[in-house]
Design a binder for this molecule. Sequence first.
Ligand code: SF4
Ligand code: SF4
Length: 66
Amino acid sequence: MMKPQIDLGKCDGCGLCIGVCTRHNLVLVDGVVAFVEVIECDWCTICEAVCPRGAISCPFDIVILE
Ligand code: SF4
Ligand code: SF4
């Protein structure tokens, strides 16, 4: 299962991504964000979109069903 990738060097611990994750999968650990899969990530990519520092990337495959 793919999951959001977090660049700890870019994260400043602002918490914006934590507040928008509807699945509560993001937490602060020692001042930086960590992914903990409480409820299965639904790949919404909101965490990636909201991060002002570009610290999260969602490398999910796009599958087109025909
Ligand atoms: S929004 Fe970005 S900078 Fe802020 S806590 Fe999340 S990953 Fe870190
Ligand atoms: S992709 Fe969506 S569900 Fe998954 S961690 Fe980010 S905000 Fe949460």
